[in-house]
Design a protein around this ligand. Structure first.
Ligand SMILES: [Zn+2]
Ligand SMILES: [Zn+2]
Length: 208
C-alpha cells in the first residue's frame, strides 16, 4: 500500500456524489450514471479544467477505484461505515449510538482473515462475497484487469463472508489517521457484518 497522492478525498467525491448519509438514497443505477459522467468529465479528449494539476489518467484511476467499491452494495456499505467512522467528532446521537454498538467489538488480526486478490473486471466481487463463485475462474489476466485485495471473515450469523475489508478501506483509514496526526503504519478498522448488526475490530500492521 503506497501513499500515492489522491485527487479526491472520498470515492463519493470522485463520482461527484454527496457523502453518506446524504448519499443513502443514491441507487445503484444512479451510481452507475455518476460513474459514466465522471468518465466523460475526465476523458483525455474532453477534459478542460482538471483539478489541481492531476492528469486525466490519475483522475480516471480514482474514478474507477471509486466505482469498484461503490458499485457493489456490500463493499459500499462497508465503505460508508468507515467514512462515518472518520467523521466522528461531534457528540451527536448517532455517534453515541455507534460508540455503544461497537464498544464490545471483538478484535481480530487481519492476518487471520481469508485473503484473496480478485480482478473486479473479469470476476464478480459480489458473487465472491456471496460465496458462489470461484474467484479467478474467468479472469483473462490482460491489461484490463483491476486487481484488488479483499479480506473476509465469516460471522456468527452464518454469513460466510460477513466481514469484508479491501485494500482501499485500509488506505482510507491510514489517510484519515495521517490527517489527524496519527499512525501511518497500521491501525484498527471497525467493520460491521453485512448480514447482521455485529461489529468486529480488525487490527493490522503494515510490514516493512
Ligand atoms: Zn482480469
Ligand atoms: Zn453477521
Amino acid at each position: 500500500m503506497s501513499s500515492v497522492r489522491k485527487p479526491f478525498k472520498t470515492h463519493y467525491d470522485a463520482l461527484g456524489l454527496p457523502p453518506p448519509p446524504e448519499s443513502d438514497d443514491v441507487s445503484p443505477v444512479e451510481i452507475k450514471q455518476a460513474y459514466h459522467n465522471s468518465l466523460l468529465l475526465y476523458h483525455p479528449d474532453k477534459a478542460q479544467d482538471l483539478p489541481d494539476g492531476y492528469s486525466s489518467a490519475e483522475l480516471l484511476d480514482a474514478v474507477i477505484a471509486a466505482y469498484t467499491v461503490l458499485s457493489v452494495p456490500r463493499t459500499r456499505r462497508v465503505y460508508d461505515q468507515s467514512l462515518l467512522l472518520h467523521t466522528v467528532g461531534s457528540a451527536t446521537g448517532s455517534v453515541a449510538a455507534f460508540a455503544a454498538a461497537t464498544e464490545n467489538a471483538e478484535t481480530v488480526d487481519l492476518d487471520d482473515l481469508d485473503h484473496i486478490e480478485i480482478c473486479t473486471v473479469h470476476n464478480s466481487l459480489d458473487d465472491y462475497l456471496r460465496g458462489i463463485a470461484a474467484p479467478d475462474a474467468a479472469c483473462l489476466a490482460d491489461k484490463h484487469c483491476n486487481f484488488i485485495e479483499v479480506w473476509s471473515r465469516s460471522c456468527r450469523c452464518g454469513n460466510i463472508r460477513g466481514y469484508v475489508v479491501t485494500d482501499e478501506l485500509l488506505e482510507q483509514l491510514l489517510d484519515a489517521q495521517e490527517e489527524q496526526g496519527g499512525r501511518t503504519d497500521g491501525g484498527e478498522l471497525l467493520t460491521q457484518c453485512t448480514g447482521c448488526s455485529s461489529w468486529i475490530k480488525i487490527a493490522f500492521e503494515l510490514s516493512g
